[in-house]
Design a protein. Structure first.
Length: 147
């Protein structure tokens, strides 16, 4: 219970942590079953919460990889990611681009795509979302030359 009090865990994460702490397989299975039955452990809720918390700084590709690394089944991850609409992804990517750029303004649009666009791709945003966010960022910067 103390592990769940700190933060939410997926079933696979909790199983690994309990096994690492030396609990027997039957004890771990019993604890997992009881916590699931009481509603304290739910992979779909965990996935939805993870996506909600991290979607401002990560795109759907990175979020999907993070959930897979935490042992969340593909169907639960896909259900959680289905709530991310393209407009909110572009808005999040644009805010992230502004934050990543700081005071630095690229000389041209191609440089912007090469720097900020690449950073957005590494954070799991799709190519289309990264391009749209870079376009919105470029149009929002004052005093830029044409691309």
């Amino acid at each position: 219970m103390r592990l769940l009090a700190r933060r939410a865990h997926s079933t696979a994460e909790l199983r690994r942590k309990l096994a690492r702490r030396g609990y027997e397989g039957d004890d771990v299975d019993g604890a997992i079953a009881r916590l699931t039955g009481l509603g304290y452990l739910d992979d779909a809720d965990f996935a939805a919460g993870h996506v909600r918390r991290r979607s401002a700084a990560r795109g759907p590709l990175a979020l999907s990889a993070e959930l897979a690394a935490r042992g969340v089944e593909r169907r639960d991850a896909d259900a959680a990611l289905a709530g991310l609409d393209p407009a909110s992804q572009v808005a999040a990517a644009t805010r992230l681009a502004r934050r990543l750029a700081g005071n630095r303004r690229p000389a041209g649009y191609q440089e912007l795509l090469g720097t900020l666009g690449a950073k957005l791709l590494r954070r799991g945003f799709t190519l289309g979302v990264a391009r749209e966010a870079c376009r919105a960022f470029w149009e929002g910067t004052a005093g830029h030359a044409e691309a």
